[in-house]
Design a protein around this ligand. Sequence first.
Ligand code: HEM
Length: 260
Amino acid sequence: MAKTMQNKGGGISDKLGATTDKMQASQAWNSIFRPGSIFRKGYTDSPRNRSYVIMNSVLYHLHPVKVKRHAVKVSYTLCFGGLSFFLFILLTVTGIFLMFFYRPTAAQAWNDIYTLQTSVTFGLLVRNMHRWAAHLMVLSVFLHMARVFYHGAYKPPREFNWVIGIVLLLLTLLLSFTGYLLPWDQLALWAVTVGTNMMGYTPVFGNQVRFVLLGGAEIGTDTLLRWYVLHVLMLPFVIVIFMAVHFWRVRKDGGISGPL
Ligand code: HEM
């Protein structure tokens, strides 16, 4: 009888011990990660608590707490800024795909593009998406600039963001031009020859500027490598930094400018 009690007692304490272990483990886990902590809930709805919800999540934080009614009207911004950003993302994704099949040397570049178009699944489609998105981005950035000018949104307090915008326009054009050389076809070769010859007429430092741009005395593999690195690494890196500052400034300048 006593033995049975002991056994029973042991069983209960074992169970209790296991339950305590489980509770401690789940408490430890909860202290590290609580799924609800990604999107914090449980606030009662009030203007102040809405701000808390936005500020406490990195995803919500990308959106402003308040948006002016006219700012979300497509007819005001025509979404050209957003469209430019979307095209940049599309260019990055399609560009990464193209990088898997392209080698930037005079001997391989043209053949790689040819193989990409003829033998790689979706190769022709992705190449054309990249090319068209590049043309469209130049157009949409220009139209965005025209929209901003038409609304007088370059005036204080947005003058600094206008200057950031000019840098973004230049970077967009440079990305477009450096990408133009990469197929290494006749069009690319002569476009870059003409472009760099024009830069050769820079006062005083003309020859040096041309030499730096070509990576040598004349156009060749070194030029291709130079422009490739600019196109896939340096310019995208710089443009992302300027875009971040641009978007941050839109928020800091009180959101989109008022309607006319
Ligand atoms: C890569 C290029 C660019 C991107 C991705 C971009 C993106 C954006 C976005 C998303 C907005 C929010 C409102 C909207 O969509 O219109 C905006 C606003 C603005 N952008 Fe750009 N932008 C670019 C180039 C430019 C250029 C070239 C300029 C002018 C030289 C410019 C000047 C401005 C100004 C002043 C605002 C504030 C407009 C307002 O308050 O109404 N941006 N940009």
